[in-house]
Design a protein around this ligand. Structure first.
Ligand code: ADP
Length: 567
């Protein structure tokens, strides 16, 4: 080689070395199986930090890179001769002495270094530090991811917003509906207020009317609270009693009552307040003149729709005149009854004398009688007995009226009593050819009655049946048990009772007169007495009848207890 050539070669070598040193890519050459650094350019030193690596094996030169797999890669390239291309490979390296190791990313190639004889002596490593690029990309990715998350969140918020919006719209609709409803309610309320005012006016008007009316009537009237406290009296009350509202309010009314009747009035009034029941009573009230008059008092509770008492309404009607009239009528009736009782008693004595003297004449004590005289005496006797019968009946009735009749209630054999009555009226029935039987009644039935009075009733019913039944008719007696009572029916085929007289015939002295029947004997007292007797024995006497066909008189009586059990 000549000098020039040598010079040229040297120049070329320097240029190459400069190129190598200043190349923008990092480059290094390692040799041998332990990868001893032979060359490294500036860029490489920038990557690993400026330290002394030439002539040192990889492990010694870069102890901070140990264990990151680069030695293995180098071994493989050296052994196989296959280059290795790595992209964005992370390497943790201490770039300044004493500084913390830092992560860098590199793109690099490990290429085998082949000697002219074909043996592989080392590896050339070259590449570039792409840390900034990787970090930038990562940042972009992070940002992207972040923006995506943000986007998602935004979308979520959007959905939420939409929901909120929808909700708001719904609320708005509801609000509108409520507003409408409120408006309607307000209108309704206004209407009702008007109605209530009208109703109140009407109530006030009717109350005024009622008060005017209450003041106008001759009756004393008042109203009380549910607890009995009297809050209002009409004008007539004050007018009659001569009192003032101050004296009367609440329970002040007691001052116008008679001390004899006041306790009972208080008891009744308190009872009504406690039970809420209507109450009626007659008692005297003192007038302004100091005189007492009797008043019929009626007190009714006024209730609301729930049934609660809201007020008591009371009236006191002056019944003094009626009471006096009634007292007088009762006294008159008593006088009549007394008169009847006395009269009939007084009449019986001379009648008995008439009978006695007639008997003496009949017996011939005063000398023998001619046939005509005997006939006259017989008529006297018959009339006397008839009159005595009538008088006895009147006396009976008078006694019943005055309440002086004693009843002795006991077990009475129904069949026996009917048989006795039957035998008493037998001749009467026989005389008219009337068939009379009480046989269809249960023989062993016992009733609670006064035997004598019961017999009297049967005799009366039987004899009436015979009396008002034409010859050849029949009278039947039936018994029908019903729970604790027995109904005994006396049925005839007689003239019957007109429908409008069915009740009247039980009144004293009432007799039915028809054109078809001639006036009959009797007082019209039999049925009145019989019904009184039946009722006094806790029974009843009733009638059903068809005019022209017959009548059925039914006596109802309580059964004796063990009769009940045995039936
Ligand atoms: P008296 O028989 O004395 O008239 P009563 O009080 O027994 O009195 O009867 C009152 C009236 O009832 C009788 O006058 C008669 O008109 C009517 N009466 C009573 N029983 C019968 C009967 N069985 N059939 C038709 N009328 C009767």
């Amino acid at each position: 080689m000549d000098l020039d050539t040598n010079q040229n070669l040297q120049d070329e070598g320097r240029r190459l070395a400069q190129l190598f040193e200043k190349a923008p890519v990092f480059m290094a050459v390692v040799k041998g199986p332990s990868h001893v650094f032979e060359l490294a350019n500036d860029a490489y030193y920038q990557l690993i930090g400026h330290r002394d690596i030439i002539g040192k094996a990889l492990d010694d030169a870069l102890p901070d890179v140990r264990g990151q797999g680069f030695d293995k890669l180098l071994d493989r390239v050296l052994q196989t001769g296959e280059p290795f291309i790595g992209r964005e490979i992370a390497v943790t390296v201490q770039r300044k002495p004493g500084a913390a190791p830092e992560e860098r990313f590199v793109d690099f190639v490990y290429a085998p270094l082949t000697e002219p004889d074909g043996t592989r002596s080392g590896v050339i490593a070259y590449g570039s530090d792409v840390t900034d690029h990787v970090q930038a990309r990562r940042e972009i990715e992070r940002l992207l991811a972040e923006s995506e998350t943000a986007n998602e969140a935004l979308q979520g918020q959007q959905v939420e917003l939409e929901l909120l919006n929808q909700q708001l719209q719904d609320n708005a609709v509801e609000l509108e509906a409520q507003t409408e409803e409120l408006q309607e309610t307000a209108a309704d309320l206004a209407m009702r207020t008007v109605e209530a005012n009208l109703a109140r006016d009407a109530v006030v008007a009717s109350e005024i009317q009622l008060q005017t009316l209450a003041d106008a009537i001759p009756t004393l009237a008042w109203t009380a609270r549910p607890d009995g406290f009297i809050e209002w009296y009409n004008a007539r009350w004050y007018e009659y009693t001569g009192t003032t509202p101050e004296q009367m309010t609440g329970w002040g009314w007691q001052s116008v009552h008679h001390p004899d009747t006041l306790p009972l009035v208080l008891e009744q009034w308190r009872g009504a307040i406690a039970s809420g029941d209507f109450f009626e009573m007659t008692f005297p009230l003192r007038g302004g003149d100091g005189e007492f008059r009797r008043f019929l008092t009626r007190v009714v509770p006024l209730r609301d729709e729930k049934g609660e008492i809201i007020r008591w309404f009371g009236t006191n009607t002056d019944v003094e005149l009626e009471r006096r009239a009634l007292d007088a009528a009762e006294a008159a009736n008593r006088a009549k009854t007394d008169f009847l009782a006395n009269m009939s008693h007084e009449l019986r004595t001379p009648l008995n004398a008439i009978g006695g003297y007639a008997d003496l004449l009949d017996l011939g004590i005063h000398g023998a009688l001619t046939d005509q005289q005997r006939e006259a005496v017989t008529r006297i006797r018959r009339s006397e007995r008839h009159l005595l019968g009538l008088i006895n009946e009147i006396l009976n009735y008078a006694k019943l009226e005055t309440g002086t009749v004693q009843f002795e209630s006991a077990r009475v054999d129904l069949h026996d009593t009917m048989a006795s009555a039957e035998s008493l009226v037998g001749p009467q029935a026989e005389a008219k050819g009337i068939f009379l039987t009480a046989a269809s009644c249960t023989p062993s039935l016992d009733v609670m009655a006064d035997a004598e009075k019961l017999l009297q009733i049967f005799v009366n019913l039987f004899s009436n049946a015979i009396k008002f039944t034409a010859a050849g008719g029949r009278v039947d007696v039936d018994c029908r048990k019903e729970e604790a009572v027995i109904h005994i029916s006396v049925r005839d085929t007689g003239i019957g009772v007109p429908a409008d007289k069915l009740e009247a015939i039980f009144n004293p002295f009432v007799q039915v007169r028809t054109d078809l029947t001639r006036p009959h004997e009797g007082t019209g007292l039999g049925l009145a007495i019989s019904r009184e007797l039946a009722r006094a024995m806790e029974g009843e006497l009733t009638v059903t009848s068809t005019l022209g066909e017959g009548s059925t008189f039914t006596l109802t009586l309580p059964l004796a207890d063990d009769t009940l059990d045995s039936q």
